[in-house]
Every structure is written in structure tokens, then in C-alpha cells.
Design a protein around this ligand. Structure first.
Ligand code: DQA
Length: 142
């Protein structure tokens, strides 16, 4: 399986950014965590992080016929973007949506996700573990 892991805006600031909500671990340690899981499972993984909505749309489009599955934390674009779910639908690649924090218990505007409509599964509130669960889910369903 070829897996694409996308992280949206401000997730490159993990460890610095609101550690009480997102934890003290850095973005680099998240990549190491996911990389180790994929290595163990023999999954080929590519990482992409951007603070720009269009760049995320471009990366999803590039995955067409090249990658088998997507794990995406669209971060703040979860609650505002229609272009990102449109791109996921366009390429027809199964995508699991992940959030580190429990968005269901936060501000009202975080409880709206346009990406959930197109994701095969949504996982939230489990920190780094959520990414692991997403990979396991995709592994089983592919
Ligand atoms: C987040 C939740 C979003 O509401 C927020 O804008 C983020 C991160 C999470 O991982 O919990 O940037 O997606």
C-alpha cells in the first residue's frame, strides 16, 4: 500500500503550539511515529504538510492513480474548506480524517467538518494514536 499523510495549517508547530491541547511532541516526532508504524507494516508512506489550502488540493490531485490511501488532518481547513473534500472526492482515494484533539468537545465552529462527508472514517481526540488507528483501518479495508 502507498499511503499519503497530509497535515494542514499550524501542525508544523506541534510541540510549541498550545501544548495543553495538542501535546508537547513535535511535528518531527509525529512523522517518526507514523514512519515507524509504516515501516513495520511494509507500507510506503509520503508526508505532506502545508499551511495553504490550494497546496493541499494540489497534493491530493497529484495522488490520483499514484497513492492508494490518504490519512489527512486538515486542521483549521476542516471547518472551512470545500475544495479539500472536493479534491478527495475527485481522486476517489479512500481517506481517513484525523484530529489530535477532541473537536466534538471544543468550540462550536470546530464541530463542523466538511471533510467528514467524504472521509471513510473520522478519528478525533486520540492524539498521535489516531494516526495509527487510521492506518490500521485503511490497511484492513484495502
Ligand atoms: C485539529 C483541530 C482543528 O480544529 C484545529 O484547527 C487544528 C488541529 C486537531 O488535530 O485537533 O489545527 O485538526
Amino acid at each position: 500500500m502507498k499511503l499519503l499523510v497530509i497535515n494542514g495549517p499550524n501542525l508544523n508547530m506541534l510541540g510549541i503550539r498550545e501544548p495543553d491541547i495538542y501535546g508537547k511532541e513535535t511535528y518531527a516526532s509525529l512523522l517518526e511515529y507514523i514512519g515507524d508504524i509504516c515501516e513495520e507494516k511494509g507500507i510506503e508512506v509520503d508526508f505532506f504538510q502545508s499551511n495553504h489550502e490550494g497546496a493541499i488540493v494540489d497534493r491530493i490531485q497529484q495522488a490520483y492513480k499514484k497513492e492508494d490511501a490518504i490519512v489527512i488532518n486538515p486542521a483549521a481547513y476542516t471547518h472551512t474548506s470545500i475544495a479539500i473534500p472536493d479534491a478527495i472526492k475527485a481522486v476517489g482515494i479512500p481517506a481517513v480524517e484525523v484530529h489530535l484533539s477532541d473537536i466534538s468537545k471544543r468550540e462550536a465552529y470546530r464541530q463542523i467538518s466538511y471533510v467528514s462527508d467524504v472521509a471513510v472514517k473520522t478519528i478525533y481526540g486520540k492524539g498521535f494514536e489516531g494516526y495509527k488507528e487510521a492506518i490500521e483501518y485503511l490497511e484492513k479495508s484495502l
